[in-house]
Design a protein around this ligand. Structure first.
Ligand code: PRP
Ligand code: URA
Length: 208
């Protein structure tokens, strides 16, 4: 699985353990989503292109760099929303383009309900943000949308994945790197990641 990057960072391991804990309430859960997302985005952006730019310090001219590529953050509603803030703090000039998808409970297929992308792409790198990669259907549909939009480089940044979802996304879009905090054991018959953390949307928004 050459294009799959499972975090080995102790802070990530510590924080996702607290997220999994069913005793963790919404406020803390949202905080953890934000923090883990920032750590994951840090790992996922190690290959962003930079352009040299000198800067005057109080003492001398120093060599420096600017980010070169316009970046888009693409949260998949709803659960991806909670990932935006932490990532945006690291790259405040990024554009945020929301994609609305929900899983049909019976078929587990994604149903699209929100997409306001303009006709021409305005960014050259997109980070898809969704905490859960279960069957992979939502992530695949989002990559399809972004490729059709014309984005050159797309990465998936998530928190928990099932092996089934990782395999499906890899097979559909082998060029899209998957940055994930942890890959769990399996999907259950309802399409939930096991052991997982339950419903990431419900746990963030206090619903369900
Ligand atoms: C969850 C999650 C992903 C999707 C993953 O969203 O946030 O978008 O399921 O499942 P998949 O890999 O099988 O497509 P959900 O459909 O529950 O919507 P919500 O975020 O609005 O609650
Ligand atoms: N969506 C979730 O929120 N949790 C899962 O385990 C699977 C899909």
């Amino acid at each position: 699985m050459s294009n799959v990057f499972e975090s080995q960072h102790p802070l990530v391991a510590h924080k996702i353990t607290r997220m999994r804990d069913s005793a963790t309430l919404s406020k803390k859960f949202r905080e953890l989503v934000r923090e883990v997302s920032a750590l994951m985005a840090y790992e996922a952006t190690a290959d962003l292109q930079i352009a040299p730019r000198e800067v005057q310090t109080p003492l001398a001219i120093a060599p420096g760099y600017d980010l070169k590529e316009p970046i888009g953050l693409v949260p998949i509603l709803r659960a991806g929303l909670g990932m935006v803030e932490g990532v945006w703090e690291l790259m405040p000039s990024a554009e945020v383009w929301h994609i609305g998808l929900y899983r049909d409970e019976r078929t587990l297929k994604p149903v699209a309900y929100y997409n306001k992308l303009p006709i021409a792409p305005t960014v050259s790198v997109c980070l898809i943000l969704d905490p859960m990669l279960a069957t992979g259907g939502s992530a695949i549909a989002t990559v399809d949308i972004l490729k059709k939009w014309g984005v050159g480089r797309i990465k998936f940044v998530g928190i928990l994945a099932a092996p089934e979802g990782v395999a499906a996304l890899q097979q559909a879009h082998p060029d899209v790197p998957i940055h994930i905090a942890a890959i769990d054991d399996h999907l259950n018959e309802h399409g939930y990641i096991v052991p997982g953390l339950g419903d990431a949307g419900d746990r963030q928004f206090g619903t369900g």
